[in-house]
Design a protein around this ligand. Structure first.
Ligand SMILES: Cc1ncc(COP(=O)(O)O)c(C=O)c1O
Length: 372
């Protein structure tokens, strides 16, 4: 008697599969960059900036070394520094808050709604005479309530810096995420929907002055070969990564489309289980960088899925205000109850472009089995 066939593992990400699909077309492009002898800057970087700006329907894109740098340089280019407060959610990746601290400003948290996005009512309440900017985070690829946040910003004369690290290609009332506020900050980390083969990021803006300043801040503050107008850093995207990103940008609509198909199927299959899924947002294109459910007995559920070779993730298990590094900010448990409650319930299911509907059905079926 033969034992039943082993089920294949379902990984949370599938970067090797991505490379295998790309290898034949991508390798010659990488080789061309190496053969050119231009290993910093050059045409691939400029072409990526033009192409991603066109895709995002914005005037300027500046390629940088990471999404974190996009946040730091975006804040600096907006003139935010010591003495200024920036309002941001406590449930993002730590980089959002870290960037505010890196420019010498003070992060002020506003709790999130059931859908994990910053609550505009809480933002209003967090404003003080020192508030300079709001940094909404489009977590998961779902866009924050930008109409309300921008109205608050206009009325209180605040700047808006969008953390769109997880939302490349998302739309809000027709407009691309990251192009609605004063600057948009994107990550092209390997796990993002538009991913480099290493750290990478970019910043978008419609303001030529901000664009110019970020361009010099990313390269020592140099406006020409020998003249530094202010102290900058080194945060350049290298041309090999730029070439990879140009190639992958062409595939991005397909990647987003497949993720959306997977998410729609999850919604059908998980509807009657004791889990919460924020409803599909209205007037938006949600790009599903992650597919996050809020579940009872989350840790047991994850262990059960792992026992069936299904890998999941948590974005993020420790709210930023409860991180050891955040101690000096003076918050404790209970400061931001929604973010804290969600941190114990959220789990990100595989949703990547290679999962397939079979994969979705197996994951959803295993979750149903757990709750039975
Ligand atoms: C919401 C958010 N903000 C900022 C970042 C920082 O981007 P990076 O890792 O490219 O520095 C990330 C991703 O890691 C993120 O998910």
């Amino acid at each position: 008697v033969s034992s039943p066939p082993e089920e294949a593992p379902i990984p949370y990400v599938a970067l090797k599969a991505q490379f295998e699909e790309e290898r034949d077309e991508l390798m010659p492009r990488i080789e061309r960059v190496l053969a050119s002898g231009t290993w910093i800057g050059g045409e691939p970087v400029e072409a990526f900036e033009r192409e991603v700006a066109a895709f995002l329907e914005t005037e300027h894109a500046i390629a940088l070394a990471s999404g974190t740098d996009a946040l730091v340089l975006g804040l600096r280019a907006l003139g935010i520094g010591p003495g200024d407060e920036v309002i941001t959610p406590p449930n993002s990746f730590i980089a959002s808050t870290a960037a505010i601290l890196h420019v010498g400003a003070t992060p002020v948290f506003a709790d999130v709604r059931d859908d994990q996005l910053i609550d505009p009512a809480k933002v209003s309440r967090a404003i003080t005479p020192r508030t300079k900017a709001i940094m909404p985070v489009h977590l998961s690829g779902r866009v924050c309530d930008m109409d309300v946040l921008c109205a608050i910003a206009r009325e209180r004369k605040l700047l808006v810096i969008e953390d769109a690290a997880q939302a490349v290609g998302s739309r809000y009332h027709g407009r691309r995420a990251g192009t609605i506020g004063d600057v948009g900050c994107f990550s092209a980390h390997p796990l993002k929907n538009l991913n480099a083969a290493g750290d990478a990021g970019f910043l978008t803006t419609n303001d030529p002055k901000i664009a110019e300043r970020v361009r010099w801040l990313r390269a020592h503050g140099l406006v020409d070969r020998n003249t530094a107008v202010e102290w900058g850093i080194v945060s350049r995207l290298d041309p090999i990564q730029a070439e990879i990103l140009r190639f992958r940008l062409q595939a991005l609509p397909t990647v987003i489309g497949r993720r959306r198909i997977h998410a729609a199927r999850y919604r059908e299959l998980l509807r009657d289980l004791p889990i919460f899924m924020p409803p599909e947002p209205e007037n938006q294109l949600h790009t599903y960088h992650t597919f996050v459910i809020q579940a009872e007995k989350r840790d047991e559920l994850r262990a059960f899925l792992a026992s069936k070779k299904i890998e999941t993730a948590i974005h993020y298990p420790i709210p930023i205000h409860l991180q050891p590094a955040a101690k000096a900010l003076g918050h404790g448990p209970g400061s931001f109850p929604n973010a804290e409650r969600q941190a114990e319930r959220i789990v990100s299911l595989p949703v990547h472009q290679y999962l397939g509907l079979d994969g979705v059905e197996r994951v959803a079926g295993t979750i149903a089995e757990f709750y039975r």
